[in-house]
Design a protein around this ligand. Structure first.
Ligand code: BTN
Length: 339
């Protein structure tokens, strides 16, 4: 119920307790209790005697119609459904559960999209949490069926990162880099992360879940326990994009690029991806899933036609695949010998 109240307050203007109680057909005491739940979401509210309640800044909440109307009609038909939640444990866990229980059947090459204003148990890669405060960022999962088998999907997550970077660049968010395979960074700080999960038959028909978290206008107080350097769009570009438009643009770009990827693989995106390679030419050490050193050091030489990482080690140029290991720049790049 407090989400209904939030919708009324989203304009950032004053609303009297009496008007709110009448509109929602509840008592003033219920309004007061709901207000305290809104505080718990990490949103700042002012209450002024004689005037009522007001959010400290307007909230641009997700809206089904606004998203759809910003996707060109020929691409919109590729969307099977968009589900919007105010609060969810995780958009990826929810979508995975729908697929596993067969409540959701993906239709051909169409996308199922699930987004939430807040996640209470958002998941990042390598078992990390993805801190997901209410209303200011993007948290969404896109599910799509493939019948190519897992081995053909090597460069897929790199293509998704590129789709997001293309849209952000068009929205004047410049200076971005991609850390292989798909972390989107700005000045070494994380702007967006992608979690790819797969269910179904790894050699045949599979359902791929693409979970995306993108920081837009994050309140530092609600992000205080994020365990890595982070940044948001507002800090980079000085302005806050309309979230409904932004997600629509990302979905449209993803639809186009996923179809292209399915038809021709990663190779068509390789050069563009390398233009954003945040590690190219740098000395890195590969870390395992559990963040342990693998003992492999080398200089990043870009990616191959499938999207695998190329590393110049003591043995020559070696190839590493997504999901296995992840590169970290070494602190003193001059002093380390590749191995
Ligand atoms: C990473 O660690 O870089 C990946 C982060 C992915 C976070 C997104 S937010 C939407 C979706 N739901 C989740 O629980 N995780 C992904």
């Amino acid at each position: 119920m407090h989400f209904k109240l939030l919708k009324l307050l989203a304009d950032g203007k004053f609303h009297s307790g009496e008007m709110l109680a009448n509109t929602l057909q509840v008592s003033r005491t219920s309004i007061w209790k709901m207000i305290s739940r809104i505080h718990d979401l990490g949103l700042e509210l002012h209450s002024v005697k004689g005037k009522g309640y007001k959010l400290s800044e307007p909230l641009d909440l997700f809206d089904h119609e606004s998203i759809l109307k910003n996707i060109p009609a020929d691409l919109r038909v590729k969307i099977q459904d968009i589900k919007i939640f105010q609060s969810l444990d995780s958009t990826s866990s929810y979508t995975m559960e729908l697929l596993r229980s067969r409540e959701l059947n993906l239709e051909g090459n169409r996308l199922f999209v699930c987004l939430a204003e807040q996640q209470t148990a958002g998941r990042g890669r390598r078992g990390r949490p993805w801190i997901s405060p209410f209303g200011h960022n993007l948290y969404f999962t896109v599910a799509r069926e493939f019948n190519t088998g897992l081995s053909e999907l090597e460069g897929f997550s790199l293509v998704i990162a590129l789709a997001i970077v293309r849209v952000l660049e068009r929205n004047k968010v410049h200076g971005l880099g991609i850390k292989w395979p798909n972390d989107i960074l700005w000045q070494e700080k994380k702007l967006a992360g992608i979690l790819l999960e797969i269910t179904g038959d790894p050699t045949g028909l599979s359902q791929v879940l693409i979970g995306i978290g993108l920081n837009i206008n994050a309140n530092p107080q609600s992000m205080f326990n994020v365990d890595q350097p982070w940044v948001d769009i507002k800090t980079i570009s000085g302005s806050v994009p309309d979230r409904n438009k932004l997600i629509a643009e990302i979905l449209a770009e993803m639809i186009k690029m996923i179809d292209e990827f399915e038809a021709g693989g990663f190779v068509a995106f390789k050069d563009e991806w390398e233009d954003f390679d945040a590690l190219k030419g740098r000395q890195v050490e590969l870390k395992t899933h559990t963040n342990q050193p693998s003992g492999i050091l080398g200089k990043v030489m870009g990616v191959n036609k499938q999207g695998a990482l190329l590393l110049q080690t003591k043995e020559g140029i070696e190839t590493f695949h997504g999901g296995e290991l992840s590169p970290r720049p070494v602190q003193n790049e001059q002093g380390n010998q590749p191995r």
